[in-house]
Design a protein around this ligand. Structure first.
Ligand code: SF4
Ligand code: SF4
Ligand code: SF4
Length: 288
Protein backbone atom coordinates (compact mmCIF):
# COMPACT_ATOMS: atom_id res chain seq x y z
CA UNK A 1 0.00 0.00 0.00
CA UNK A 2 2.80 2.39 0.96
CA UNK A 3 4.57 1.60 -2.29
CA UNK A 4 1.42 2.41 -4.27
CA UNK A 5 1.05 5.75 -2.47
CA UNK A 6 4.73 6.56 -3.12
CA UNK A 7 4.35 5.68 -6.81
CA UNK A 8 1.19 7.79 -7.08
CA UNK A 9 2.90 10.80 -5.45
CA UNK A 10 5.93 10.43 -7.74
CA UNK A 11 3.72 10.34 -10.83
CA UNK A 12 1.73 13.31 -9.55
CA UNK A 13 4.95 15.29 -9.18
CA UNK A 14 6.08 14.33 -12.67
CA UNK A 15 2.72 15.39 -14.05
CA UNK A 16 3.01 18.71 -12.25
CA UNK A 17 6.49 19.30 -13.74
CA UNK A 18 5.11 18.47 -17.21
CA UNK A 19 2.19 20.81 -16.59
CA UNK A 20 4.58 23.68 -15.81
CA UNK A 21 6.47 22.98 -19.04
CA UNK A 22 3.24 22.87 -21.07
CA UNK A 23 1.92 26.12 -19.57
CA UNK A 24 5.27 27.85 -20.15
CA UNK A 25 5.32 26.65 -23.75
CA UNK A 26 1.73 27.79 -24.42
CA UNK A 27 2.42 31.25 -23.02
CA UNK A 28 5.75 31.41 -24.87
CA UNK A 29 4.04 30.69 -28.17
CA UNK A 30 0.69 32.43 -27.76
CA UNK A 31 1.08 35.26 -25.22
CA UNK A 32 4.73 36.27 -25.58
CA UNK A 33 4.62 40.00 -24.87
CA UNK A 34 2.87 40.44 -21.52
CA UNK A 35 6.09 41.31 -19.63
CA UNK A 36 7.12 44.05 -22.09
CA UNK A 37 3.56 45.40 -22.28
CA UNK A 38 3.32 45.63 -18.48
CA UNK A 39 6.65 47.42 -18.22
CA UNK A 40 5.65 49.73 -21.06
CA UNK A 41 2.75 50.68 -18.76
CA UNK A 42 5.20 51.57 -15.96
CA UNK A 43 7.35 53.64 -18.34
CA UNK A 44 4.31 55.37 -19.79
CA UNK A 45 3.10 56.38 -16.31
CA UNK A 46 6.42 57.97 -15.34
CA UNK A 47 6.90 59.63 -18.73
CA UNK A 48 3.47 61.27 -18.51
CA UNK A 49 3.98 62.34 -14.89
CA UNK A 50 7.40 63.81 -15.75
CA UNK A 51 5.97 65.69 -18.74
CA UNK A 52 2.97 66.84 -16.66
CA UNK A 53 0.66 65.36 -19.25
CA UNK A 54 -2.66 63.58 -18.93
CA UNK A 55 -2.53 59.84 -18.35
CA UNK A 56 -4.76 58.22 -20.97
CA UNK A 57 -6.15 54.74 -20.47
CA UNK A 58 -4.45 52.25 -22.80
CA UNK A 59 -3.78 48.52 -23.08
CA UNK A 60 -0.29 48.83 -21.53
CA UNK A 61 -1.81 50.29 -18.38
CA UNK A 62 -4.58 47.68 -18.40
CA UNK A 63 -2.04 44.83 -18.63
CA UNK A 64 0.11 46.40 -15.92
CA UNK A 65 -2.86 46.70 -13.57
CA UNK A 66 -4.08 43.17 -14.36
CA UNK A 67 -0.65 41.70 -13.64
CA UNK A 68 -0.16 43.70 -10.46
CA UNK A 69 -3.60 42.84 -9.03
CA UNK A 70 -3.15 39.21 -10.06
CA UNK A 71 0.26 39.14 -8.32
CA UNK A 72 -1.14 40.68 -5.15
CA UNK A 73 -3.76 37.92 -4.98
CA UNK A 74 -1.91 34.89 -6.35
CA UNK A 75 1.75 35.75 -5.87
CA UNK A 76 4.20 35.86 -8.78
CA UNK A 77 2.59 33.02 -10.73
CA UNK A 78 3.09 35.08 -13.88
CA UNK A 79 6.88 34.99 -13.34
CA UNK A 80 6.96 31.29 -12.50
CA UNK A 81 4.74 30.05 -15.29
CA UNK A 82 3.77 32.65 -17.85
CA UNK A 83 6.53 35.13 -18.59
CA UNK A 84 8.22 34.42 -21.91
CA UNK A 85 11.57 35.82 -20.87
CA UNK A 86 11.53 33.85 -17.61
CA UNK A 87 10.68 30.66 -19.51
CA UNK A 88 13.44 31.41 -22.03
CA UNK A 89 15.89 31.62 -19.11
CA UNK A 90 14.57 28.34 -17.68
CA UNK A 91 15.14 26.61 -21.01
CA UNK A 92 18.70 27.95 -21.31
CA UNK A 93 19.57 26.89 -17.79
CA UNK A 94 18.09 23.43 -18.35
CA UNK A 95 20.15 22.98 -21.52
CA UNK A 96 23.31 24.14 -19.71
CA UNK A 97 22.71 21.71 -16.84
CA UNK A 98 22.06 18.82 -19.20
CA UNK A 99 25.18 19.65 -21.25
CA UNK A 100 27.36 19.77 -18.11
CA UNK A 101 25.94 16.43 -17.02
CA UNK A 102 26.65 14.88 -20.38
CA UNK A 103 30.20 16.26 -20.44
CA UNK A 104 30.64 15.22 -16.79
CA UNK A 105 31.60 18.81 -15.89
CA UNK A 106 30.60 20.60 -12.72
CA UNK A 107 28.20 23.46 -13.61
CA UNK A 108 29.42 26.94 -12.69
CA UNK A 109 27.29 28.55 -10.01
CA UNK A 110 27.42 31.97 -8.41
CA UNK A 111 27.77 31.71 -4.62
CA UNK A 112 24.74 32.47 -2.45
CA UNK A 113 26.69 35.25 -0.75
CA UNK A 114 27.11 37.09 -4.07
CA UNK A 115 23.57 36.38 -5.32
CA UNK A 116 22.28 37.73 -1.99
CA UNK A 117 23.84 41.09 -2.91
CA UNK A 118 23.09 41.01 -6.63
CA UNK A 119 19.32 40.84 -6.05
CA UNK A 120 19.38 44.55 -5.21
CA UNK A 121 20.64 45.44 -8.69
CA UNK A 122 17.16 45.11 -10.17
CA UNK A 123 15.90 47.93 -7.96
CA UNK A 124 18.75 50.14 -9.20
CA UNK A 125 17.82 49.26 -12.81
CA UNK A 126 14.16 50.04 -12.09
CA UNK A 127 14.88 53.39 -10.42
CA UNK A 128 17.33 54.39 -13.19
CA UNK A 129 14.74 53.66 -15.91
CA UNK A 130 12.00 55.48 -14.00
CA UNK A 131 14.20 58.56 -13.54
CA UNK A 132 15.04 58.56 -17.27
CA UNK A 133 11.33 58.27 -18.13
CA UNK A 134 10.45 61.04 -15.70
CA UNK A 135 13.08 63.31 -17.25
CA UNK A 136 11.92 62.40 -20.76
CA UNK A 137 15.32 60.90 -21.59
CA UNK A 138 14.39 57.26 -21.93
CA UNK A 139 14.08 57.61 -25.72
CA UNK A 140 17.88 58.14 -25.82
CA UNK A 141 18.30 54.48 -24.86
CA UNK A 142 16.55 53.32 -28.03
CA UNK A 143 18.20 50.14 -29.25
CA UNK A 144 19.77 49.15 -25.94
CA UNK A 145 16.95 47.08 -24.46
CA UNK A 146 17.60 43.30 -24.49
CA UNK A 147 13.83 42.80 -24.16
CA UNK A 148 13.22 44.66 -27.41
CA UNK A 149 15.84 42.56 -29.17
CA UNK A 150 14.40 39.34 -27.75
CA UNK A 151 10.86 40.36 -28.73
CA UNK A 152 12.01 41.14 -32.28
CA UNK A 153 13.78 37.79 -32.63
CA UNK A 154 10.74 36.03 -31.12
CA UNK A 155 8.57 37.71 -33.75
CA UNK A 156 10.99 36.65 -36.53
CA UNK A 157 12.25 40.18 -37.16
CA UNK A 158 16.03 40.02 -37.53
CA UNK A 159 16.60 43.60 -38.68
CA UNK A 160 18.72 44.38 -35.64
CA UNK A 161 21.11 46.92 -37.19
CA UNK A 162 20.03 49.71 -34.81
CA UNK A 163 20.08 47.42 -31.78
CA UNK A 164 23.79 46.60 -31.38
CA UNK A 165 23.90 47.49 -27.68
CA UNK A 166 20.71 45.52 -27.03
CA UNK A 167 22.14 42.48 -28.87
CA UNK A 168 25.36 42.59 -26.81
CA UNK A 169 23.40 42.95 -23.54
CA UNK A 170 21.13 40.06 -24.55
CA UNK A 171 24.14 37.82 -25.29
CA UNK A 172 25.64 38.62 -21.88
CA UNK A 173 22.31 37.90 -20.22
CA UNK A 174 22.03 34.60 -22.09
CA UNK A 175 25.43 33.58 -20.69
CA UNK A 176 24.26 34.54 -17.21
CA UNK A 177 20.94 32.73 -17.62
CA UNK A 178 22.83 29.56 -18.57
CA UNK A 179 24.99 29.43 -15.47
CA UNK A 180 22.56 30.85 -12.91
CA UNK A 181 18.90 29.88 -12.79
CA UNK A 182 16.65 32.94 -13.21
CA UNK A 183 19.73 35.16 -13.60
CA UNK A 184 17.87 38.03 -15.27
CA UNK A 185 14.74 37.71 -13.11
CA UNK A 186 16.69 37.83 -9.88
CA UNK A 187 19.28 40.47 -10.63
CA UNK A 188 18.17 42.73 -13.46
CA UNK A 189 14.48 42.58 -14.29
CA UNK A 190 12.81 45.94 -13.57
CA UNK A 191 9.37 44.32 -13.83
CA UNK A 192 10.49 41.68 -11.36
CA UNK A 193 11.53 44.52 -9.04
CA UNK A 194 8.01 45.96 -9.29
CA UNK A 195 6.44 42.56 -8.56
CA UNK A 196 8.74 41.85 -5.64
CA UNK A 197 7.78 45.03 -3.79
CA UNK A 198 4.04 44.50 -4.21
CA UNK A 199 2.16 43.39 -1.13
CA UNK A 200 1.05 39.77 -1.59
CA UNK A 201 -1.99 38.32 0.15
CA UNK A 202 -1.08 35.21 2.14
CA UNK A 203 -3.71 32.85 0.67
CA UNK A 204 -1.58 31.40 -2.11
CA UNK A 205 1.87 31.70 -0.61
CA UNK A 206 3.91 28.55 -0.15
CA UNK A 207 4.69 27.10 3.23
CA UNK A 208 5.90 23.86 4.73
CA UNK A 209 4.86 21.92 7.81
CA UNK A 210 8.26 22.02 9.47
CA UNK A 211 7.40 19.44 12.10
CA UNK A 212 6.65 16.93 9.31
CA UNK A 213 10.01 17.48 7.59
CA UNK A 214 12.68 14.83 7.24
CA UNK A 215 15.47 15.46 9.70
CA UNK A 216 18.21 17.63 8.18
CA UNK A 217 16.42 17.93 4.85
CA UNK A 218 16.86 21.13 2.85
CA UNK A 219 15.56 19.80 -0.46
CA UNK A 220 13.07 22.58 -1.12
CA UNK A 221 15.62 25.28 -0.29
CA UNK A 222 18.26 23.79 -2.55
CA UNK A 223 15.81 23.41 -5.45
CA UNK A 224 14.47 26.95 -5.18
CA UNK A 225 15.76 28.96 -8.18
CA UNK A 226 15.71 32.18 -6.19
CA UNK A 227 17.03 30.87 -2.86
CA UNK A 228 13.85 31.50 -0.90
CA UNK A 229 13.75 29.77 2.47
CA UNK A 230 10.15 28.71 2.88
CA UNK A 231 8.43 29.95 5.99
CA UNK A 232 7.31 27.41 8.54
CA UNK A 233 3.83 26.12 9.06
CA UNK A 234 1.35 28.58 10.47
CA UNK A 235 3.22 31.74 9.56
CA UNK A 236 1.77 34.24 7.15
CA UNK A 237 5.16 35.32 5.91
CA UNK A 238 5.12 35.97 2.18
CA UNK A 239 8.28 36.64 0.24
CA UNK A 240 8.27 38.93 -2.78
CA UNK A 241 11.24 37.10 -4.26
CA UNK A 242 9.23 33.85 -4.57
CA UNK A 243 8.30 33.45 -8.22
CA UNK A 244 5.67 30.78 -7.49
CA UNK A 245 7.40 28.27 -9.76
CA UNK A 246 6.32 25.53 -7.33
CA UNK A 247 9.54 23.58 -7.78
CA UNK A 248 9.67 23.22 -4.00
CA UNK A 249 6.34 21.34 -4.14
CA UNK A 250 7.70 18.98 -6.77
CA UNK A 251 10.94 18.29 -4.97
CA UNK A 252 9.73 17.59 -1.43
CA UNK A 253 10.05 13.85 -0.68
CA UNK A 254 7.24 14.14 1.89
CA UNK A 255 4.84 16.27 -0.17
CA UNK A 256 5.13 18.72 2.64
CA UNK A 257 5.02 22.02 0.77
CA UNK A 258 1.62 23.51 0.12
CA UNK A 259 -0.20 26.56 -1.13
CA UNK A 260 -1.42 28.77 1.70
CA UNK A 261 -5.12 27.85 1.53
CA UNK A 262 -5.39 24.94 3.92
CA UNK A 263 -8.59 23.53 2.40
CA UNK A 264 -7.07 23.11 -1.05
CA UNK A 265 -3.99 21.21 0.04
CA UNK A 266 -2.97 18.53 -2.37
CA UNK A 267 -4.86 20.24 -5.19
CA UNK A 268 -1.90 22.23 -6.47
CA UNK A 269 -2.29 20.54 -9.85
CA UNK A 270 -5.86 21.73 -10.39
CA UNK A 271 -5.01 25.07 -8.89
CA UNK A 272 -2.17 25.60 -11.30
CA UNK A 273 -4.49 25.02 -14.26
CA UNK A 274 -7.12 27.40 -12.86
CA UNK A 275 -4.57 30.13 -12.21
CA UNK A 276 -3.02 29.74 -15.68
CA UNK A 277 -6.44 29.92 -17.38
CA UNK A 278 -7.56 32.86 -15.29
CA UNK A 279 -4.38 34.76 -16.07
CA UNK A 280 -4.72 34.09 -19.81
CA UNK A 281 -8.36 35.24 -19.73
CA UNK A 282 -7.45 38.44 -17.89
CA UNK A 283 -4.55 39.26 -20.22
CA UNK A 284 -6.70 38.73 -23.29
CA UNK A 285 -9.43 40.88 -21.73
CA UNK A 286 -6.83 43.60 -21.04
CA UNK A 287 -5.89 43.65 -24.73
CA UNK A 288 -2.68 41.65 -24.98
S1 SF4 B 1 11.19 38.63 -13.18
FE1 SF4 B 1 10.89 39.70 -15.13
S2 SF4 B 1 11.74 38.42 -16.75
FE2 SF4 B 1 11.57 37.20 -14.85
S3 SF4 B 1 9.66 36.16 -15.07
FE3 SF4 B 1 9.20 38.00 -13.89
S4 SF4 B 1 8.67 39.60 -15.41
FE4 SF4 B 1 9.61 37.88 -16.50
S1 SF4 C 1 9.78 29.02 -2.71
FE1 SF4 C 1 9.08 27.39 -4.09
S2 SF4 C 1 7.61 28.42 -5.45
FE2 SF4 C 1 8.83 30.02 -4.47
S3 SF4 C 1 10.47 30.39 -5.92
FE3 SF4 C 1 11.23 28.89 -4.44
S4 SF4 C 1 10.82 26.90 -5.37
FE4 SF4 C 1 9.61 28.43 -6.49
S1 SF4 D 1 11.95 19.27 0.98
FE1 SF4 D 1 10.15 18.76 2.21
S2 SF4 D 1 10.92 17.58 3.90
FE2 SF4 D 1 12.67 18.60 2.99
S3 SF4 D 1 12.86 20.53 4.16
FE3 SF4 D 1 11.60 20.96 2.38
S4 SF4 D 1 9.51 20.70 3.11
FE4 SF4 D 1 10.85 19.68 4.60
Amino acid sequence: MQDTIKKFMKNKKKLHICLRGIIQLIYFLLIPSAYTAAFAGVKYLFTQIGAVEKIQWNSFLAILIVLCVYTIIFGRFFCGFACTFGSFGDALHWIYQKTCKKLKKKPIKISEKITGLLIYLKYIVLVAILILCYLGLYGNLQGSSPWDVFSMIHAGNLKLGAYTVGVVVLILLILGMCIQERFFCRFFCPMGAVFSILPVLPFFSLHRDREECLRGCKGCEKKCPVDVKLPNSGTMEVRGECIQCQKCIDTCPKSNVHCGVSKVRGNEFLFTIIRAMLLAGLLIWAGI
